[in-house]
Design a protein around this ligand. Structure first.
Ligand SMILES: [Zn+2]
Length: 138
């Protein structure tokens, strides 16, 4: 497994929030805080792809869905892409008091020299205070 990329805590967060990494996704990725909302988890999972924080991606993924992949697959995917940005289009529910939420987003990346984008409406569920990525709408 490749080591996590080193980003300075004061760098701008990859998720596009314009905040410093240390004031945005890093505390979640480092497990110092739980992401309070589905969107915060979504953003931190995007940043975890950029930072190659594979264990975080694994642990914030619904256990029922993990059987379809492996940490090695996630690492191979994340490292095969040059991550260019995240755009959140819409968030439905997924607030502190909710137990489910939807996040409509586009992730921009370059892979094999080609610009690409991944548009998905992700479903998140809160289990024991922690938001998990469950899957996406068809
Ligand atoms: Zn962030």
């Amino acid at each position: 497994m490749p080591p996590a990329k080193q980003f300075k805590p004061e760098s701008t967060c990859p998720c596009g929030s314009q905040k410093q990494l240390s004031n945005c996704c890093l505390p979640y990725i480092e497990r110092k805080l739980l992401a309070p909302t589905a969107e915060a988890l979504m953003r931190s999972r995007y940043s975890a792809h950029v930072l190659m924080a594979i264990d975080y991606l694994w642990d914030t993924w619904s256990p029922e869905e993990r059987i379809r992949s492996s940490k090695e697959d996630i690492a191979a995917w994340a490292s095969s892409c040059e991550w260019l940005g995240l755009q959140i289009l819409e968030t439905t529910a997924g607030k502190e008091q909710d137990t489910q939420g939807l996040v409509d987003f586009i992730a921009f990346f370059r892979q094999d020299g080609q610009l690409a984008q991944h548009h998905e409406v992700s479903l998140f569920e809160k289990v024991q205070q922690a938001w998990l990525y469950v899957g996406h709408q068809q």
